[in-house]
Design a binder for this molecule. Structure first.
Ligand code: LMR
Length: 337
């Protein structure tokens, strides 16, 4: 090699190095956010807003990849994937933390624990909500926010007016022991199943019915295979937005701050639209003409309460008496009896 060739070679190597350093410096941090529901739901829309704001606030230093509808992982797998770092962010329902070893989250599944959303917000934004997030840290997880969905309705192919109507029915539940106890208190047989499998299980009769807020029922088309829906307001469904702790702690401080702001703003948005999304979905279910939507009469409501309220006491040892009492105290402070 003569001097001239050598010189050219060094020059081109230097250019290549400059390019790759520049490319490296500009490579965005990828944040994979996996969830199990449709985009057109409170959680789906909250995730889309988070992506938009996270990319905007970090000026593109973070790229959020959304994987809705169990397209990457199903319920149980997604929690494992988060702990392994295969995804960085999830928003599982609060009924799905038991298998992770943080059963106290099942507080949110207790029948009639929240007489209104005002009590719920006091709980999630107060010491109980923060205390629950603390319990995630030893699992390598950081809790960032609570996202709302709404109160659940019951669905099946039979009218469900009183608890006796549930006798012997196979009801799909999420992986929560409280929900198991709730279905048993109604005389039903609970079956744990991943969300992505529910539609088909209902269609083929593997289970007879299920519970979910209208937004999930409608966007998964469950109303097409369920003739009856009862507006029972017996229980609540919400989410914890969580991140892999190693990923979160390893972010540059300024980026973490920008993502915190994006989370704060998308949480406000998700919680503001949750009720209207559910109202809209219920309306669409009614309009479909495929499902009869039934509202309980006051005496029927009283019967449901009589059957389901003992679950609160029965689950005290699992959830912790202190946190159940803390919720009841908030309710009293807000004027509920
Ligand atoms: C379910 O599994 O029934 C739902 O909680 C899914 C979800 O994330 O809303």
């Amino acid at each position: 090699m003569n001097r001239r060739t050598l010189h050219t070679l060094f020059a081109s190597l230097a250019v290549a190095a400059t390019f790759s350093t520049a490319a490296f410096a500009q490579a965005p941090i990828v944040l994979k956010f996996s969830h199990v529901v449709a985009n057109d739901t409170p959680k789906g829309k909250g995730a889309e807003r988070f992506k938009e704001l996270a990319e905007k606030y970090t000026k593109g230093r973070v790229k959020v990849e959304l994987y809705p509808n169990s397209s990457l992982y199903k319920d149980k797998e997604e929690l494992e994937a988060l702990q392994l770092g295969a995804v960085q962010m999830l928003a599982p329902s609060l009924a799905k933390f038991g298998p992770l070893g943080v059963k106290e989250f099942e507080l949110f599944d207790l029948p009639y624990i929240f007489p209104g959303k005002d009590v719920l917000y006091r709980v999630t934004e107060g010491p109980v909500g923060k205390g629950l997030f603390k319990k995630l840290e030893p699992k390598g997880i950081v809790g960032l926010a609570y996202w709302d969905n709404g109160f659940k309705v019951m669905s099946s192919n039979k009218p469900m007016h009183v608890p006796a109507d549930f006798r012997g029915m196979k009801m799909r539940i999420q992986s929560s022991k409280v929900l198991d106890a709730q279905m048993r208190a109604l005389g039903a047989n609970p079956q744990v199943m991943a969300f992505s499998e529910v539609y088909q299980a209902l269609q083929t009769g593997v289970v007879d019915g299920t519970e979910n807020p209208p937004s999930n029922l409608y966007t998964q088309k469950m109303h097409e295979v369920q003739k009856h829906v009862t507006l029972s307001d017996h229980g609540y469904l919400g989410y914890a937005v969580i991140v892999n702790k190693k990923f979160w702690d390893g972010l540059p401080a300024d980026v973490r701050g920008q993502l915190q702001n994006a989370m704060k703003d998308s949480t406000k948005y998700a919680n503001a639209i949750a009720q209207q999304e559910n109202d809209r979905a219920l309306d669409a279910v009614r309009k479909s003409g495929k499902t009869r939507v039934y509202s309980l009469t006051p005496p029927e409501k009283a019967e449901w309460r009589r059957a389901l309220l003992p679950v609160q006491k029965d689950m005290e040892a699992r959830i912790g008496r202190d946190i159940i009492q803390a919720v009841n105290k908030e309710a009293l402070a807000l004027g509920y009896k």
